[in-house]
Design a protein around this ligand. Structure first.
Ligand SMILES: *[C@@H]1O[C@H](CO)[C@@H](O)[C@H](O)[C@H]1NC(C)=O
Ligand SMILES: *[C@@H]1O[C@H](CO)[C@@H](O)[C@H](O)[C@H]1NC(C)=O
Length: 623
């Protein structure tokens, strides 16, 4: 195992820091992925360039396939002498990834969790050293998967039910493993190729596979049924294993040999063509009726590693250069190198920030956020602002722990909250857990956290600056934690104006002005979002919540504006409180800044709201 440990994520991050140019989120993701594997022969050194992985559909990165719109659509890492344990997590952040090949490398351990990549069309893992049983649900969510090759590994156990259930499967290669038990009935009607040979499968071959070639089932002592011309005798499924007759075995050998020669011929003819073009993948070796699309063209064993660019730069040594600067007392001390040793996963990438989770040797998890548009502020001012943020302490704020300064890029380290964002919860399958009590608790916590920022950061023109539902984290009891606050002073102005929530306020749109009340406007929008359960217009597919609420008469708010399910479950008294909160939200969203509610007033009005209404009258209700 020694010398084979996956490179930790932050080594890759630091290499990134050493680069000058701004790269796309896809570049971060690929670096995070690369950091989890061992590149024995430097096959992926072209991934160290100061470039994006994709420029339109072209790429200089070995093994990367690109869409016309410049996103990564496939990874073709066959024959690259790669090893280690693959962490699929980072790849889930590549929205357009459709194909993945690591054929003929030295990966081992359990099969990576491909089930996380729900839009994959083709997965090729053949000829590695993966082992162990596959969970029954391993492929459960992969409704688009057309090609799955697990051939020639060391898998054992039953063929997972989720493989049998794949609705669009065209090709399935399970040959050369230690699979046991029966071959399940495969759901897909489009199967073009299956290969079950050389396993320990037994029982009768499903009727739907009867027309397939016999040699695709050979090398399984216990199989019977039509293609093999081995009758399944009397007792139905678990029949006594019958070995095939010598004649038949000979037939299989001849068929297999012919096929093998045919394949070799095709491969040779391909090799002879002048290759070296990354953008055009070699055509499929196996016949497939439809013309292969780019991702489908990827086929076993046809990729050459790109040996072209030898611009390997100084690597690992860079890592000692940076020191983390701690701003929070009482947090266990650690160094950048401790984070470097940890394995990590990508939490999110956006134009504003990329977030990674890293675990310290003692198991403590930290979040590392990488910002690339904070280079207009000198080191002294930056240090001072970070110290200021480090002094903040409030139950509704996620504290800044440390930071790392480099001229062009910055890392901020915060605690890790194993929590989901308010946006995820509001729009996810568990939104029904957010009853009125929970929603009110969230609004109260957000308002308190915001008010604390106002008191502590009076010198800032917009104390929070980026208040929105994806920046509110919730724990199990729905206590909110604000993140990404007070960053306007260190963010490049043009970048801030483009990506930060405060700049969505009407005074910025009309007069390019922001003020403390811009945060109040964001608070109002957040209240509307929480009460309606709908996404705001600033998000894709969102609605004009403000327009809806302000154009609906108060009598109809309960039926037309508030979230239906929450309202239905609330008592009449609670509904009245919901309406009061909606009015606070509208007053915070007053277009005229002068007339807009002050934060203090909003907080006062929010704090007196009750879960069950009533307030003063000694309501015996809940707590
Ligand atoms: C099926 O798998 C066996 C064993 O790996 C291999 O020899 C044979 O060529 C495969 N057949 C096809 C059609 O791919
Ligand atoms: C890449 O894009 C160019 C221009 O849009 C096009 O001519 C070419 O065929 C594309 N190549 C591939 C492999 O899709």
């Amino acid at each position: 195992m020694d010398g084979r440990r996956p490179l930790p994520l932050l080594v890759a991050l630091l290499l990134l820091l050493a680069r000058r140019s701004l790269t796309s989120p896809d570049a971060d993701v690929l670096f995070a992925f690369k950091a989890t594997i061992t590149d024995n022969s430097g096959a992926l050194r072209s991934w160290d360039q100061e470039s994006d992985p994709c420029t339109g559909n072209a790429t200089k990165w070995a093994g990367v396939l690109c869409d016309d719109d410049g996103s990564v659509s496939g990874l073709r890492l066959a024959n690259m002498d790669l090893a280690g344990v693959i962490d699929i997590g980072p790849l889930a952040a590549l929205p357009r990834l459709r194909s993945f090949s690591i054929v003929n490398n030295a990966f081992d351990g359990k099969m990576p969790e491909f089930g996380k990549l729900k839009s994959m069309k083709a997965v090729y893992l053949s000829r590695n050293k993966f082992s162990g049983e596959l969970p029954d649900s391993a492929f459960a969510d992969m409704g688009w998967l057309k090609k799955l090759y697990l051939s020639n590994n060391e898998f054992t156990g039953a063929i997972p039910a989720s493989v049998a259930a794949l609705p669009r499967l065209l090709e399935l290669g399970l040959d050369g493993n230690g699979f046991t038990g029966p071959i399940p009935e495969l759901r897909s009607n489009d199967l073009k190729m299956v290969n079950f040979s050389n396993n320990h499968l037994e029982g009768s071959i499903p009727a739907s596979l009867r027309k397939m070639d016999a040699n695709l089932f050979s090398g399984n002592e216990g199989l019977c049924g039509e293609p093999l011309q081995v009758s399944c005798s009397s007792s139905p499924p678990p029949s006594p294993p019958l070995s095939s007759s010598p004649n038949q075995t000979l037939l299989h050998v001849v068929v297999a040999l012919t096929l093998f020669l045919a394949i070799v011929a095709v491969i040779l003819s391909l090799r002879r063509r002048p290759s070296e073009n990354n953008a055009n993948p070699p055509p499929a070796v196996m016949k497939s009726k439809a013309a292969p699309t780019k991702e489908e063209a990827m086929e076993e064993g046809t990729t050459k590693s790109d040996a072209g660019s030898t611009t390997s730069k100084k690597s690992g040594k860079e890592s000692d250069q940076g020191r983390l600067i701690f701003v929070k007392e009482g947090m266990g001390r650690f160094e950048l190198k401790d984070l470097l040793k940890s394995s990590a996963e990508v939490l999110a990438t956006s134009n504003f920030v990329s977030s990674y989770k890293a675990s310290l040797p003692d198991g403590t998890a930290m979040v590392v956020k990488r910002f690339r548009n904070m280079n207009r502020v000198g080191k002294e001012d930056f240090d001072e602002h970070m110290r200021r943020l480090g002094r903040l302490s409030h139950p509704n704020l996620l504290p800044l722990v440390a930071y790392y300064y480099r001229k062009d890029e910055k890392l901020l380290v915060t605690g890790y909250a194993a929590k989901r964002s308010l946006a995820d919860l509001l729009r996810g399958s568990e939104s029904s857990k957010l009853d009125w009590c929970a929603r009110l608790k969230i609004v109260k916590g957000v308002a308190k956290g915001l008010n604390y920022l106002y008191e502590e950061l009076q010198m800032l023109s917009v104390p929070h600056g980026h208040l929105k539902s994806t920046n509110v984290l919730l724990d199990e009891s729905f206590s909110p934690l604000l993140t990404d606050f007070a960053l306007i002073p260190v963010t490049n102005p043009a970048h801030a104006a483009q990506f930060m929530a405060a700049f969505n306020c009407p005074e910025y749109k009309k007069q390019e002005r922001t003020s403390k009340k811009s945060d109040v406007w964001n608070l109002g929008m957040l209240i509307l979002e929480i009460l309606t359960g709908k996404a705001p217009a600033t998000e894709k597919g969102g609605a004009d919540l403000l327009g809806l609420a302000s154009s609906t008469p108060r009598e109809e708010w309960a039926s037309k504006v508030l979230d239906g399910e929450t309202t239905a479950k609330a008592t009449a008294a609670a509904q009245e409180e919901m309406l009061k909160l909606l009015q606070v939200g509208l007053d915070c969203c007053e277009e005229d800044v002068e007339k807009r509610c002050e934060l203090e007033e909003a907080l006062d009005r929010i704090e007196v709201l009750r879960e069950e209404g009533g307030g003063a009258g000694g309501d015996p209700a809940t707590h």
